[in-house]
Design a protein around this ligand. Sequence first.
Ligand SMILES: CC(C)=CCC/C(C)=C/COP(=O)(O)O
Length: 284
Amino acid sequence: MPSPKAKNAGRRDGSPVLGSNFDFVSLTKPLNRSSPPHLLQRQGSDPTTARLRASESPSRRRGSGSSTGSASGQGPPEEDGIRLNPSLIGISLSSLLAIDLWLSKRLSVCACEDSSWGSARPLMKLIEVTGHGIPWLAGAAYSMYKSDSAAGQEVMLNLLMGLLLDLILVGAVKAVVRRRRPAHNQMDMFATFSVDRYSFPSGHATRAAMCGRFLLAHLVLAAPLRVLVLLWVGLVGLSRVLLGRHHVTDVLFGFWMGYCQYKLVEILWLSPETLQGLFRLSTL
Ligand SMILES: CC(C)=CCC/C(C)=C/COP(=O)(O)O
């Protein structure tokens, strides 16, 4: 059985991969009695624990094995039996992550100039710029400043608030989850925050979904333009994976998060009355 360390080598995000972490197959075969069954499970599922256990002396391991009764050949005690049962959620999650890694790698066809669709990389990077935070923040601020109607200013102010909220929420989730970007990603994006070295969720996807919903809800657009907005949202998400910047799940979750963020903007909507109230409070 290859060591867990060797099995995990090269997986920068540490996600489980089909065929590498599935030691629970031993459930369908007779267990090797020379090593306690609960150790088999632990070595497969937790490389750190496995390394620590490997450094224990055989006599200590034998000692701990007999104390649980599993080395005596009477079968694993009930609590170990429970630990050996792979949970359905665990398997589903591992499988989903394995598919995600595989699919993301297959789709990263513009990850560098030498990739199979390398010539489309400049176009993908252009799409990336259209979903970047800076043009959106600058555009919303400029439109608010230039707008000659109170309604227009109100809409742009709330878009601005939504964009700032998006940066904060995405930054917070990235900092908590800390999923590394795909190994094939070239970190050549302009104007990034330090949390942007993490990939979950895609900030471009959250922004595109939130802004797309915002534009459709607050701008009076002809049908072809509405289709164009939807197309743009999809293209921004797709370009993240093609460029190798993100895993597929980063983008899908980003779309969902951006969709919810728009709901939040609606709830927190800043009306002229709210603003006047805030101004009055600040002058007290
Ligand atoms: C500097 C400002 C205002 C925003 C940063 C925007 C940015 C680079 C986000 C990272 O997006 P992904 O998570 O999709 O790579």
